[in-house]
Design a protein around this ligand. Sequence first.
Ligand code: MN
Length: 241
Amino acid sequence: MTTLFISDLHLEESRPDITRAFLAFLEQKAAGAERLYILGDFFEAWIGDDERTPLQEKVAAALRNVSGGGTEIFLMHGNRDFLIGANFCDRAGAALLEDPSVIDLYGTPTLLMHGDSLCTADEEYQKLRVNMRNPQWQKMILQRPLKDRQQMARQLREISMAKNQDKEEFIMDVTPGEVVREMEAHGVQRMIHGHTHRPAEHALTANGQPAKRIVLGDWAENVWWLEVTPGASPILGKHPL
Ligand code: MN
């Protein structure tokens, strides 16, 4: 019995090496696992399930193949692909997972998040996030022609890149107090998230007890995953792309 966690692949046409690594990961690791959780920023950008690029279709078919083989697949939104909807999930044989969610991981309640909501020092981004997660705003955006949405995504990406270049390191990371607050609000001693591209295991105290925060890695240079089996400590795995 194995449960796998990945995040921040940032799949895009200009990085076919990442897509290849993901398809190999599905075949070699995910097929045969009990569950696969994808915790956000799976795609570099997402402007609606109706775009259906060859890359998206290939990935959906590969996921469906694995879920058809008996591996349950869960998909959480990231800050890049928060417009992924039910249509894509159906095509991929995946279930959309709320951010945050608590799961029972072989007896250990575990809080899953993408991680962007933990970066509270970036107040400007948190305001933007509230807008972008508003269902009415999303509905309005999704009604616009595909061409408009493609243009808008390009602009948003340029603005975001320009802004993040000026931000200090600590602003781009999680706020430690926010981590503790979330763990205590959900009554858990373990959290798994991505987003920061700083893979690590952190020991901390929450609810007056030892707790652990596991950060998944991004796939820009390495394939990163977390592997959990019953009765063993979670293992962060890695190999070069
Ligand atoms: Mn992210």
